[in-house]
Structure formats: C-alpha cells, structure tokens
Design a binder for this molecule. Sequence first.
Ligand SMILES: [Mn+2]
Length: 346
Amino acid sequence: MKLSFRWYGEDDKITLEKIRQIPNMHGVVTAIYDVPVGEVWSEQSIDRLKRVVEASGLKMEVIESVPVHEDIKLGLPSRDKYIEAYKENIRRLARAGVKCICYNFMPVFDWTRTDLAHKAEDGSTSLVYYESELKNIDPMKGYSLPGWDASYKKEDLHRLFELYRDVDEEKLFDNLKYFLERIIPVAEEFGVMMAIHPDDPPRNIFGLPRIITCEKNIDRMLSLVDSKNNGLTMCIGSLGADKKNDVVRLVDKYSKMGRIHFMHIRNVKLVEDGFEETAHDMKCGSLDIVGVVKALVENGFDGYVRPDHGRMIWGEQGKPGYGLFDRALGASYLNGVFEAVEYLKK
Ligand SMILES: [Mn+2]
C-alpha cells in the first residue's frame, strides 16, 4: 500500500514538511481549490502544485477531488460542456503524473454531520451525526449545517432543490452512467483510475437521492461501465455508518476484483441515533480495522491508503476532521496494522 495524507494546498497550515515526517509517507492527496466547479484546471497551477509537493520529497499521485458539476448529476443539457471540461482535467492531471482521481456523486451536499466538535469523555472533539437532530433541520429555511459549502446562496439552493424534484435514484443512476460512459474511455487512455467516494452518510438526506450507499448499488455502479478504471474510493467510515454494510466483506470483495484504487480508513462508533467519529484504532469504534487491512493484504492491494477524519486533540485548532495530530496518529496506527498483518502472512 502507498500511504498518503490529505493536504489542502499551499494555504493549508499543515505543511508538507510536517506531513513528510510521518513515517512511511508516500504522498499527498490534494486538489486545485481556487477554480469553480466544472471548469478546467490550468496546466500552470497543476504543474506548480506538483513542483511544490515534489520539492518536499512527497508524491502527487492522487487528486481528491475533481468535483462533478450539479448539471451532470441533474442530467441537464448543459452537462455536456462540463463533461468535456472534466475529460480535459483527467488528461491534464494524467500528464502531471496523477494516477487516481477521487470524486463523488452526491447531490448538493457533500458529507453531512450535525456537530463538528462533539466533546468525548477524554476531552477530544470529533464530528458526529445524530438522526434526531437532522430531522428538525430544513435547509430551505436558511438553516445551514456546519461544514456545508458556503458557496451555495439561498436562491441557488432553492433552484437546486426544485431541479432535484425530478431526479430519483433511478434517474441519478442514469446520469452517472451517462457521465461514466464519456469519462472512463479517457481515463483508460490516460492510465487514470477513477475512484468514486461513497455517500456520507450512506442514506438519502432532505429528500435528495443518494446511490453509492450499499453493496447492491456499488455492484450496479461498477457494472455501468465494466472497466478497472471505473473503481472505488473505499471509505469504510462512510459505508460503515450503516450497520448493514459489512466493510470487511466489501473490502475483500472489491479488492479481489481489483476495483479499489484508494482506501479511506477511519473508524466510527455506531450509536442508536447515528454515529460518532473516533480515533482510528479498532478498539475505539465499531469497525473491524484489522479485518479490513487483512483483506487488503491477502488480496495483494497495492493502491493508495489514507487516514481519514481525525479528532481534535492536544489543543489543536483547525479544519474540522483535518487536524495534523490525530490523523498522524491514525497514519501511524495504520502503518502498524499493515506491518503486523504483512509480517504474519510471511
Ligand atoms: Mn472518506
């Protein structure tokens, strides 16, 4: 496995020098953040980013994310021009040495939580999701959850919710198929692995459809275009938030098929009303982290792995889920689990 770490570019206060000192670190997972969704990234900014990353001794082989424009998810006539731009981004990133692109197909909202700084008994804080708190929230009434994309103005949100009225899960699958049929041939030609991120949490929210939620739907997604380049970011914290998803079995199945290109490994503690993000360590949450790593090692997984959201510990302030300390502990824990499982396999 190739260990990586998410880095938010040159404005990230967690520097490449710090990331580089985490043991066994292969590279960063990053993106161009100052271009509006749907536009082509300039070759200049891609090259600059690559130079900066490589100067620190790290690689830039994974992009998270190249976001998908809402018109593509909605299947509007304007989608074709956004798909053309997406294809061009794949080509440009491939020329800069990128091997894997993570993206998601969640309508309007990306990940959703009800609290970004829930205090645990040990004084650390983390992201949590409680169903009971979500059901009182109506985004149309101007309520915004912490962490939501602030770039949506209230009018845009109204327009989008109107448009999504006609898009159910079937329609969203059709629109994903249309998108994949056009971008996967480019990914094949340029040697890039496309890796869809599961929906987080894996259920419909506010009446908006979500489809990358469970085994049946992932099977369907992979069969829309049957190509190795049409693969997965297997985020076990996202899928594992639904107890019906057996993450060890899913990781085993899809890594055997060669369809996992990128692993997000983190833990969640399932509670009656939702879930709480915890330290990565298996004993801290509900997920069988060792089982997941064992499946990857047994199937000869050679893709990218990164720790995912961390808690805020030791007084660190920063982007919720993306501090240095707990993610570095997560990376170190994952190194240990991989090392032990690989050692015992010999
Ligand atoms: Mn993830």
